[in-house]
Write a protein of this length. Structure first.
Length: 349
C-alpha cells in the first residue's frame, strides 16, 4: 500500500515475515494446501479485539484513532462472521496498534497471536486520514484478517525490472534493504497460499507502482494506480472466508460423537451445557486435520477457553478443560482436510 506523496516518492507497507507452520514431510499435497490456505485465518465467528498502544494522551490525533475505528467498521460492514471490538487494555487484545515512525505494516491473521502481549501487531507510520492513509488503514486491517499482498499473487504474471525496483525501493523515502523488497514485492506467493486463480489489480491489498518498474504485463509498464478502496473481489473473498453465522447450533451431548461433514475451510458450532462441574476431555476422531476452539458465553460475547490445532500431524486433536454446571459453552470446529474414509467426528466426555 502506497503512502501519500508524489508517484516518485511512495512509501509502502512492509509486511513482517509470515509464520509458516512446520508440516510433516510426508503430507499429501491436498493436506498441505488446505493447511497453508486456511491456517492464518481466524475462526469464523471470532470477536477480534484491537487496542492502541499509543493514544491521545501520547500525542496521537483523535482523528487518526477515529480513522482506524472506521476501517474496522468498514471491513465488518461488508457482512462477515467476524466482529471487531475496541479494547482499552492492550494485553487483552489480539491486535495491538502503534503509530511509530516505522513504516506501515501488520502481521497476517492469526500470526498476531504469536506476538508478545506488549508488542505491536500493526503499525501506521504516516497520516491515516489522507486518501492514501485511509486506504493504508484498510490494507493493514486486510492483512490482520488473512489477506497477503495482491501483487505477489503467482497468477499476476508480473515480471519486474529487478535492478530498477531494488534501486527505487532502496532509496528514500522507503530505504528498504534488498531482503525487504524481495519479501514484500518480488517473491511470489505459493499457489497453496492463494484463493482463486486470478489477479485483482484493484484490490486494496495491491501496491501502486510508478512507471519503469514492471516489464510485463505490458499494459502496466507505465505503472499501477494505488487502489483507494475495497474492491468487489476483496468483499467477495472475505465473505467466503467469513460467511455470516446462522443462529442455530446443535447441542453436543457428553459421550455422543457428532459427525463433521465439512469441506476444507468450513466450520460448525456446537452448544455445550454441562450438567455438573468437572474436567472434561474434548477430541476429534478420524482421518482429519481440524482446529477445535472452546468458548464460554460471557454476556453477548464468547470468551476463549481452550483450543487445539492438529493440522499437519498424524494424530487427532485433544484438550482437557474444567466446565461449570449451568454455564453455556460453544465448541467451534474448522476443517482443514480429510482423507482415508473421510469419516471425522468430535466428542466430549
Amino acid at each position: 500500500m502506497a503512502a501519500q506523496g508524489e508517484k516518485d516518492a511512495l512509501r509502502y507497507c512492509a509486511q513482517p515475515p509470515r509464520r509458516i507452520p512446520a508440516l510433516a514431510p510426508d503430507l499429501s499435497l491436498p493436506r498441505t494446501r488446505a493447511i497453508l490456505l486456511n491456517g492464518a485465518k481466524w475462526m469464523n465467528g471470532t470477536q477480534v479485539r484491537y487496542s492502541f498502544l499509543d493514544g491521545a494522551d501520547d500525542g496521537v490525533s483523535k482523528a487518526w484513532l477515529t480513522e482506524v475505528h472506521n476501517g474496522f467498521e468498514e471491513w465488518e460492514g461488508v457482512g462477515i462472521g467476524l466482529t471487531f471490538r475496541a479494547e482499552d487494555n492492550p494485553a487483552e487484545a489480539e491486535i495491538r496498534i502503534a503509530f511509530a515512525d516505522d513504516g506501515s505494516w501488520s502481521y497476517v491473521g492469526t500470526d498476531c497471536l504469536h506476538i508478545g502481549a506488549g508488542q505491536a501487531t500493526m503499525n501506521f507510520g504516516w497520516d491515516p486520514t489522507s486518501p492514501y492513509g485511509k486506504a493504508t488503514v484498510r490494507h493493514e486491517i486486510g492483512h490482520s484478517i488473512g489477506f497477503c499482498h495482491e501483487h505477489q499473487n503467482p497468477f499476476a504474471g508480473i515480471v519486474w525490472d529487478e535492478a530498477a525496483l531494488y534501486a527505487y525501493m532502496g532509496g528514500p523515502p522507503n530505504n528498504w534493504p534488498r531482503e525487504t523488497t524481495f519479501q514484500n514485492i518480488v517473491r511470489k506467493l505459493s499457489t497453496d497460499e492463494v484463493t482463486g486463480s486470478t489477479w485483482d489489480p484493484t484490490s486494496i491489498m495491491e501496491y501502486g507502482f510508478g512507471p519503469g518498474l514492471i516489464i510485463r504485463p505490458e499494459e502496466y509498464r507505465n505503472g499501477i494506480d494505488s487502489p483507494l478502496q475495497l474492491s468487489d473481489t476483496d468483499k467477495k473473498l472475505v465473505r467466503e472466508w467469513y460467511p455470516p453465522l446462522t443462529p442455530h447450533m446443535d447441542t453436543l451431548q457428553p459421550f455422543q460423537s457428532a459427525p463433521l461433514d465439512l469441506g476444507s475451510g468450513q466450520q460448525t458450532d456446537y452448544e455445550v451445557v454441562p450438567e455438573k462441574s468437572q474436567k472434561f476431555q474434548f477430541g476429534t476422531f478420524g482421518d482429519a486435520d481440524a482446529l477445535m476452539v472452546l468458548f464460554e458465553e460471557d454476556g453477548e460475547n464468547l470468551r476463549y477457553l481452550a483450543g487445539e490445532d492438529d493440522s499437519g500431524q498424524n494424530r487427532n486433536g485433544h484438550f482437557e478443560v474444567k466446565l461449570l454446571q449451568g454455564r453455556r459453552y460453544v465448541l467451534r470446529v474448522r476443517m482443514y482436510s480429510t482423507w482415508g474414509s473421510g469419516n471425522a467426528s468430535v466428542m466430549y466426555w
